[in-house]
Design a protein around this ligand. Structure first.
Ligand SMILES: [Zn+2]
Length: 348
């Protein structure tokens, strides 16, 4: 009996994200409980005080739904909502534990088929959930800020129109279909390739984003990295001239070297671009597993790779933290919009 008391006491001391880990460990089907409701109210509505839509502070209780979920009304924008409105779980009938299991599958790099079987959802739902989760996390990775010694270089992926044909009424194939995904014959950096500028610093923080088609430009580098690399940081790149403008604007200490030159000594320190080359290798290997990633979803797979390559010593804590962030985040892009995304990035 005293053991049970100990368990209850320990449970009460857990954070919400740890409770979710606990739940999903002991049960496969926990519905959205009162506990979850109170957590969402506390975190998403700032303790019943803040409106989800306008962040106004004049929020009042507005009765309950048939299933007992509390409704709220904002006196400022006159809109009604519940604690999970515009969250990752809204518009789905699955419980939080199913989402938790799915997130675990993603961290374990399981295929859509394996994940859908484990969560008892269809493969198309599994695909939509994958991108809902990655969309949300991509907004979080937008907060990345690189200081110290930063290495940057761009890598290229073949343009792929995979998945653009099914539900899009206005998509027409802009070129003849390739027989195989990697069957791109154009030499050099043609418009058949999409450029992905990547940067990683000496603390292991990385940031990469789908850029433009073909060769990189100063404007594209500026647009992607201007607010991501701290002013006065050391920036190591190859001899690409597109970085000059960014370096000047952000007053970066730019060190450019030959691609095959592994290190260059300056002020007694060694600088190189091995870290960014290793990042490219990991990213290429990861993308390769999907046998061709549609260009419109490439950005999400980059986020997924970043998530997996982070140095997470305590995996359970990382999972709980990630799940907490996902549940609290406000969703701006919905599942039905995923197939309708533009097939190509807009060139800068
Ligand atoms: Zn409001």
């Amino acid at each position: 009996m005293s053991e049970l008391k100990d368990v209850i006491t320990s449970y009460n001391n857990l954070s919400f994200s740890d409770r979710i880990v606990f739940y999903t460990t002991i049960s496969n089907d926990i519905a959205i409980s009162d506990d979850t409701q109170s957590f969402l109210i506390e975190t998403r509505l700032d303790g019943e005080g803040s409106c989800i839509y306008c962040e106004g502070m004049h929020v009042v209780k507005n009765g309950k739904r048939k299933d007992g979920v509390q409704r709220f009304l904002c006196r400022d924008c006159h809109r009604s909502f519940i604690a999970s409105t515009d969250s990752i779980t809204s518009r789905t009938r699955k419980s939080i534990s199913v989402w938790a299991t799915y997130l675990k599958c993603m961290l374990d790099q399981k295929t859509l088929k394996q994940s859908s079987a484990e969560c008892d959802i269809s493969i198309s739902t599994a695909f939509t959930w994958r991108h809902k989760i990655l969309d949300t996390l991509s907004e979080l990775t937008e907060k990345a800020y690189l200081t110290g010694v930063v290495e940057a270089d761009e890598t290229f992926f073949n343009v792929s129109f995979k998945g653009n044909h099914n539900r899009s009424r206005d998509f027409s194939m802009p070129r003849k279909a390739h027989k195989r995904g990697n069957d791109v014959h154009a030499n050099g950096l043609s418009s058949a390739k999409v450029c992905v500028p990547c940067a990683v610093n000496d603390a292991g923080i990385s940031y990469a984003k789908t850029g433009k088609l073909g060769k990189i430009s100063s404007d594209c580098i500026k647009e992607i990295f201007e607010k991501k690399i701290a002013p006065h940081a050391v920036l190591c790149t190859d001899k690409e001239r597109a970085y000059l403008k960014l370096a000047e604007l952000n007053e970066l200490n730019l060190i450019q070297m030959d691609t095959d030159c592994r290190t260059i000594s300056k002020d007694g320190r060694n600088y190189g671009i091995q870290r960014i080359n290793a990042y490219h290798s990991r990213l290429k290997l990861f993308i390769c597993r999907f046998h061709g990633v549609s260009t419109k979803h490439l950005g999400n797979y980059i986020v997924w790779n970043d998530l997996l390559s982070g140095n997470h010593r305590n995996k359970e804590a990382f999972f709980g933290q990630l799940l907490g962030q996902l549940l609290c985040a406000r969703i701006t892009r919905y599942g039905q919009d995923i197939p309708r995304r533009p097939s190509l990035p807009v060139a800068a």
